[in-house]
Design a protein around this ligand. Structure first.
Ligand code: MG
Length: 388
C-alpha cells in the first residue's frame, strides 16, 4: 500500500474518543507528533522462522526454476553454474563455470540474506589462500563482501598465509571483519547484509555509502563507509554509477555452494520525508503535515461549533499546520469558547471542571510547543486560580 493510502486509512479509522494532544507536536523536521495516533503503523509482514520475510524478493529458493529465473551470466545468457534443483547451486574449480553470475533484476540499497559453504575436505591450493574457496558477493556489482574458506587462518594451516582484508566477512581490500566467526568447511555460512549506496550530486559525493554485515549472526562490518569500488591490489576511488545494479556472485575458479538467497530493497536513508533531525527533507515534511491537517480538518463537521471537542479537534489540526483557514477556524473557536466561558457562573464552571481541565491540558501542549503564547486569552482564563 502506498504511503498516502496508508495515511488515509489511518485517518479514516473510527476513533472511540477525540484524541487529545499529548506529545511534542510536528515541526520542521518531524511530520508527526511524538506518540502520534494518526501516524500509520508499519506494514505488517510475516517472518516465520527459517523462511524469507513475506516482503522479500526470493532470488534462490533451492529449485532450478528459481535459479534460471533470477540468475544469468554477465551477458544475460543462461549461466553455466551448476544447479541440480536439490537446494543449492555451485561453481566447480578450474575456471570452467563461464564466469561471474548476476541477478536479472537490479537493486540499489537493500537488505540481503545469503548462505554459502565449501567442501568439507577443501584443500590448500598451490596458488595460495585466495584460491581456497574464493567467491564474493558484489553489491550493485561494485562493492565486494568476500567469500573465502576462512575457518583455518593460521599461517601454519596454509601454504601461503592469507591477508586480513581478503578473508570472509571483509569488505575486500578495504576493511577486515571485526572478528572471524567462520564455521568449519562443509558447514553453511550465513551472511546478512544491509547496504546503502553513496549519494552523488553530479561528480560530488554528498553522502557516503555504507555496508553492515552479520556473518553467522555476528556483526563483522558495523556501518562501514565504503572508500572505493572493489578491485585488487590498488585503492580505486569511488565514482558515480547507475542507481541500480545487479547483485553479482564472483567466479574465482573455486568450488563454492550457495543457497537461501533473498533481498529486500530499501528506501534511501537520505530521502527522509517524515522525520529525522539529521536527514529529513523539510519541504517534504511540510507537505505531509499539510496533507494531514487537510484530512483532519475535513473530518470536522462544523468548525464553528462552540464545544471542547471541536476546540481540541482544531488544536490537533493547527499542530500540523498553523496557517490559513485552519488558524482562522482555531482562533474563532477559541474566542467563542472563551466568550461562553466568561458568561458561566462559578457553580457552572465547577460543574465543567473536568472539561475545563482537559481543554487547559491541550492548550498547555500548544504552549509548550510555541504554537500559542502563555498569554493566549483562553489559556489565561483557564489558568486563573479561582472564579471570582
Ligand atoms: Mg572474492
Amino acid at each position: 500500500m502506498k504511503k498516502c493510502a496508508l495515511i488515509l486509512a489511518a485517518l479514516a479509522a473510527p476513533t472511540a474518543a477525540m484524541a487529545d494532544l499529548y506529545g511534542d507536536t510536528p515541526d520542521a523536521k518531524h511530520a508527526w507528533s511524538v506518540h502520534d495516533r494518526n501516524r500509520p503503523n508499519p506494514v505488517k509482514i510475516s517472518a516465520e522462522a527459517g523462511k524469507p520475510p513475506s516482503d522479500a524478493i526470493v532470488l534462490f529458493d533451492g529449485s532450478r526454476e528459481s535459479f534460471e529465473k533470477n540468475w544469468c551470466d554477465w551477458k544475460g545468457n543462461p549461466s553455466k553454474w551448476v544447479c541440480d534443483g536439490k537446494g543449492e547451486f555451485y561453481t566447480k574449480p578450474g575456471w570452467i563455470n563461464g564466469g561471474t553470475i548476476r541477478t536479472r533484476e537490479e537493486f540499489g540499497d537493500c537488505q540481503l540474506h545469503l548462505e554459502y559453504r565449501h567442501d568439507a575436505d577443501i584443500t590448500d591450493h598451490p596458488s595460495g589462500a585466495q584460491m581456497r574457496g574464493n567467491s564474493g558477493v558484489f553489491l550493485m556489482s561494485n562493492y565486494e563482501i568476500q567469500v573465502l574458506e576462512s575457518y583455518y587462518t593460521d599461517p601454519a594451516d596454509m601454504r601461503v598465509p592469507n591477508y586480513a582484508d581478503g578473508q570472509a566477512g571483509a569488505v575486500y581490500a578495504e576493511n577486515p571483519p571485526m572478528v572471524n566467526p567462520a564455521r568449519k568447511p562443509g558447514e553453511w555460512q550465513v551472511y546478512d547484509i544491509v547496504f546503502h549506496q553513496p549519494v552523488w550530486e553530479g561528480n560530488k559525493l554528498v553522502r557516503p555509502g555504507s555496508v553492515t554485515v552479520f556473518f553467522n549472526g555476528v556483526l563483522v562490518q558495523d556501518h562501514w563507509e565504503m572508500e572505493g569500488l572493489t578491485t585488487h591490489c590498488t585503492r580505486r576511488p569511488l565514482s558515480p554509477h547507475a542507481l541500480k545494479g545487479p547483485l553479482t556472485l564472483q567466479d574465482h575458479g573455486c568450488a563454492v555452494y550457495f543457497r537461501n538467497i533473498w533481498i529486500r530493497p530499501l528506501p534511501s536513508r537520505w530521502d527522509n520525508k517524515t522525520h529525522s533531525t539529521l536527514s529529513a527533507v523539510e519541504t517534504k515534511v511540510m507537505a505531509l503535515r499539510r496533507k494531514t491537517a487537510e484530512l483532519l480538518f475535513a473530518k470536522i463537521a462544523n468548525p464553528a461549533e462552540i464545544s471542547a471537542d471541536n476546540l481540541i479537534a482544531l488544536a490537533e489540526v493547527i499542530s500540523y499546520a498553523k496557517e490559513g483557514k485552519y488558524d482562522e477556524a482555531w482562533n474563532k473557536a477559541a474566542d467563542g469558547y472563551l466568550a461562553q466561558l466568561k458568561k458561566k457562573s462559578c457553580d457552572e464552571r465547577k460543574a465543567m471542571e473536568k472539561e475545563l481541565a482537559r481543554v487547559r491540558k491541550n492548550l498547555k501542549v500548544l504552549e509548550r510547543n510555541k504554537l500559542i503564547s502563555s498569554k493566549f486569552p483562553l489559556l489565561s482564563e483557564l489558568e486563573k486560580a479561582s472564579c471570582k
